[in-house]
Design a protein around this ligand. Sequence first.
Ligand code: RI2
Length: 318
Amino acid sequence: MVVLFLSSLHIIKSMDPAKTAKDIKSMKVRGALKIAVAAAGSLGDYEKTYKGNQDKFLKDLEKKGEILKKARPSAVSLPNAVNYVLYLAENTPDRNELVGKINEFIIEQKEALKKIGKIGAKRIEDGDTILTHCNSMTALEIIKVAKEQGKKIRAVATETRPRHQGYISAKFMAKYKIPVTLIIDSAVRLTMGKLDVDKVVVGADTVCANGAVINKIGTSQVALVAKEFNVPVICACETIKFSPETMLGELIEIEDRDHREIRSPMPGVKMLNPAFDITPAEYVDVIVTEDGIISPYMAYEVLRDKFSWEIKELKQHG
Ligand code: RI2
């Protein structure tokens, strides 16, 4: 079994793809980067123990990949990672070499996270109060590095209903001795002024070709308030989260999760539990990627540079 070290704080055990898909669906494994790495790692493990011939192997790997891709629909890092492993498998007949390439991909993701932390921290100034929404390890990496650089920063973490991932962020920052205030989601507008928030730092599940950022539900409201207060919105995002499908006109499905995550059913009351929302490019100041800081309007160029392998395949398959 491969144990993937994403950072000293996050350890993912790679396992059978079907089990990994189950854990991603139930959000036992969550976060756009972690699900991508877990999916790639599980396909790598599957590959290592596979006994059949190459043709059958490729077909079976594709089937496992499909199961993984269906686990959660909105974070494009998941299909991107799976498609990349399938692309590697098709073009790497030597199985040992393939294991090496999958591991390389995983290491690259770990390095991307670290690079984003270093690059993004330059945008954080001494004395800043930073608001973050939900729990993005990439956004937190920027905040953590800024703190390690000796900048005196404060943080505000939104609770992030209904699953309260904001608690994880708040605990993380408290652990790093960053003074942090936890607020309910509906207190963002009041808090932005009252606590003099200087910057918003959030993660992303998907970046579309037009620069729109898909992230945890409520991000677009945070960005709207930030715009009102002239507070820059910094999105921390590995390029694995950019969506090549959106270049060809596809729309990203917004995951509608089990309504019982909100509360138990009430007779005569309909509930909606969308997990993500879309923040248009005009509400995002910069996207910090491992290759550097870009304007969201440069998403198309990133896709063209980084995903030529996938775009070619997508075009071929209509
Ligand atoms: P990292 C999460 O989704 C959040 O929306 C977070 O902002 C995003 O993934 C990126 O997370 P969920 O899995 O990859 O909690 O930066 O639904 O950790």
